[in-house]
Design a protein around this ligand. Structure first.
Ligand code: SF4
Length: 402
């Protein structure tokens, strides 16, 4: 897969550009002023694999909390860059709270809501001046529903005068990209170098989002932050985000990704990080943990044993993730197959690094385990999970690699 070569940007040691790994990021949903809850959620997101975490800085209390949160994280041994998300009053808060401005690793600005009319440029300039003063990178983060109204209206009016006007959607996409590039141009004029900027053009419609990023990528070599905003929750949100990000990543576009999921009430925020990891790993871009290939099961499946086995293996890997990823060299790259019967079972089991398929009713109840395409052992008895885990850990350790 060819990656578009972008300018190098360094955010507290996290390198974001053409040849470096695509960076996973996430955002907290706790009130930033709640120092304990925000610190705890950042810890959860980092533990799940977030390499950059964004927090909202929306008022005085949040601005005062930021340096304390970062101190807490440092005392916990967490050095993950923390990005401040600013809307409407970023110019005020960044100037009023220098300790906050200094402690953040990066600022995110939405040029569509830094102010109206003549104040817009002054406020934007004020934020850029803070970024220069404290040597911080900035994300120019355009959002579809807070796109600069004046620019969109002007472009719509100009378009309507054309002999062959573009569709409203095309003008919208053009305006998203134009707004981003105009903001980059202004930031450069105010003195912020290009190697301290990233850009995003997020929206909730997949086709418009993909068109906007493709157009933007053709016009700039600044690193791009990909995201489908307001993606929704659970299956819909995961599906929509995966398609949107996958289409762009496949074309080599994108240096950092975020999946914006509406969490189920009480659910962990870190699901958005898990989805980012799965997007990158299932596309063959990065490896984070063993991937399990398993079949959906069908009328041939005589019991739910293979489903239970697949879940037990997944749970065991999740439980031991933080220890095993550092302990075992093969851990992040192992492909495991857990299949329901003989129809596709042997094929998938042989194709995986380590694979197992369960017999259906009437078959020999012995269960073959394949390692690198060859039968390694035949399992029998009531402790199939324990026996399989012993072989799997041996593989992680490198004992059974052929
Ligand atoms: S492998 Fe067997 S149990 Fe699984 S879906 Fe295919 S036919 Fe059904």
């Amino acid at each position: 897969m060819h990656r578009k070569q972008t300018i190098e940007i360094n955010i507290w040691g996290v390198l974001m550009w053409g040849d470096n790994p695509i960076v996973i990021q996430s955002m907290t949903n706790t009130p930033t002023a709640d120092i304990g809850a925000t610190t705890k959620q950042i810890q959860e997101l980092v533990k799940a694999g977030s390499e950059l975490v964004r927090i909202t800085v929306n008022d005085d209390a949040a601005a005062e909390a930021v340096p304390k949160i970062i101190k807490n994280l440092i005392s916990l041994g967490i050095s993950t860059p923390i990005v401040g998300d600013f809307h409407y009053n970023g110019h005020i808060l960044l100037n009023k709270y220098p300790e906050m401005a200094e402690s953040l690793a990066k600022y995110r600005i939405n040029p569509g809501n830094v102010g109206k009319w003549e104040k817009r440029d002054d406020n934007f300039k004020s934020i850029i001046e803070c970024a220069i003063k404290y040597q911080k990178p900035v994300r120019i983060g355009i959002n579809g529903w807070s796109l600069d109204d004046d620019l969109l209206q002007m472009n719509m009016n100009e378009n309507s005068k054309l002999q062959n006007p573009k569709s409203g959607k095309e003008v919208f996409v053009d305006s998203m990209v134009e707004s981003a590039l105009l903001s980059v141009e202004k930031a450069e004029q105010y003195g912020l170098p290009k190697n301290r900027m990233t850009i995003s053009v997020k929206m909730s419609d997949i086709q418009d989002m993909v068109s906007s990023y493709k157009l933007l990528s053709s016009k700039t070599d600044i690193p791009l932050h990909l995201g489908l905003t307001e993606a929704g929750g659970s299956a819909k949100g995961i599906t929509a985000s995966s398609i949107a990000l996958g289409l762009l990543l496949q074309e080599g576009i994108g240096d950092t990704i975020r999946v914006s999921l509406t969490p189920e009430p009480g659910a962990k925020r870190s699901l958005e990080v898990e989805v980012c990891k799965y997007i990158l790993q299932t596309m063959g871009i990065r490896s984070f943990q063993p991937l399990i290939t398993s079949c959906p099961g069908c009328g041939r499946t005589s019991s739910d044993k293979f489903q239970i086995l697949s879940k037990q293996i997944t749970d065991e890997i999740d439980k031991n993730y933080s220890t095993w990823k550092d302990k075992y060299t093969n851990f992040t790259t192992t492909n495991i197959a857990v299949m329901g019967c003989i129809v596709n079972g042997p094929g998938e089991a042989k194709n995986a690094d380590i694979g197992i398929f369960l017999p259906w009713s009437g078959e020999n109840p012995k269960i073959p385990v394949y390692v690198k395409g060859e039968i390694h052992k035949t399992l029998d008895g009531d402790d199939i999970f324990e026996q399989f885990m012993e072989i799997l850990i041996g593989y992680f350790e490198g004992e059974d690699n052929k």
